[in-house]
Design a protein around this ligand. Structure first.
Ligand SMILES: [Mg+2]
Length: 311
């Protein structure tokens, strides 16, 4: 009897056995099979359960006539190639994006500083200068190019020696005689040269005082850049106690988002140099904190121009 039942079961291919005659171990195997074929899992499992339910309430004749087509993939089969095609397309798209990003980061492009306002607190700014965000004075000298390497500097007391008082635009001198050659060599090695300087004018109320302060600061930066020509330089000057003023990072954000051709600077290959380093006798640590907040390596002016780049 058992042998006869065995022959009956063996007379059918495994994937065509009746639910009524399939032992529990076979159903377990079927479910495991469905589990190995994710595309078939839901449909096959549903089919098995539906047919088990029907067989429980149906006749023996009906049970013997029904079968579970465990191997059928008629309706699910098309998903495999289309999924493969989607995967291939996605991989191609990712490779294309990665190539474009690599090209963008490795190439240098000419940078044009976006147009800004021509007045600061109702005072017209000198030629070539523009005002962004209501208070950031910006000017570029020479042909700026984008770079992953940024050499950024404070101005007063770092690149240039300037008096505390007075409004003479010509009252400045190189902090070190070799500053222009250092900037030229940094440019030659692929660095973009950026000056980030504070010049608070908040305390000034009269238009004439504001104008004189603007002419002084812009004149000194113009004179410095001319002395360093043809090295391209970008100047960013914060004129109010706002987010552009160091140690706040607004000026750096403006530079990275609008003045570097979409290229993201590599902070590990970039740096900031300033004299407000928090040393004994320093008037402030704003340059050091600014660098820290921008994640830039920091050097004070003595370390950079006297030891790292000796005259
Ligand atoms: Mg300074």
């Amino acid at each position: 009897m058992g042998a006869a039942r065995g022959r009956e079961r063996d007379g059918l291919p495994h994937h065509k056995r009746s639910v009524a005659t399939a032992p529990l171990s076979l159903l377990t195997a079927a479910l495991a099979f469905a589990g190995r074929a994710p595309a078939l899992r839901l449909r096959s499992t549903h089919s098995i359960l539906a047919k088990m339910s029907a067989s429980n309430g149906g006749s023996a004749e009906k049970r013997s006539a029904e079968s579970i087509d465990l191997g059928s993939t008629d309706e699910d089969e098309p998903e495999t190639p289309s999924k493969a095609a989607r995967t291939t397309a996605a991989a191609a798209s990712m490779a294309s994006s990665a190539a474009a990003a690599a090209a963008a980061s490795s190439s240098t492009t000419t940078v044009t500083v976006p147009a800004g306002a021509s007045t600061l607190r109702a005072v017209k700014v000198p030629p070539g200068w523009s005002v962004h965000g209501g208070s950031l004075l910006v000017k570029s000298y020479g042909a700026l190019t984008s770079s992953t390497k940024i050499a950024a500097f404070d101005f007063d007391g770092c690149l240039a020696r300037t008096p505390l008082g007075g409004n003479d635009p010509n009252a400045w001198s190189m902090q070190y005689k070799h500053v222009p050659s250092v900037l030229a060599s940094l440019h030659a090695s692929g660095h973009a040269i950026v000056i980030v300087t504070n010049e608070s004018m908040d305390r000034l109320k009269k238009e004439e005082a504001i104008r004189n302060n603007i002419l002084k600061k812009c004149g000194r930066l113009d004179g410095f850049a001319k002395a360093c020509a043809p090295t391209p330089i970008l100047c960013l000057c914060a004129t109010a106690k706002d987010s552009y003023r160091k140690p706040e990072t607004g000026a750096w954000s403006f530079f990275t988002s609008q003045c570097n051709g979409g290229v993201v600077p590599e902070v590990a290959k970039s740096f900031f140099v300033g004299d407000a380093a928090g040393r004994p006798g320093d008037h402030s640590d704003s340059d050091r904190v600014f660098a820290e907040q921008c994640k830039l390596p920091f050097h004070d002016e003595k370390e950079f121009f006297e030891r790292m780049h000796k005259p």
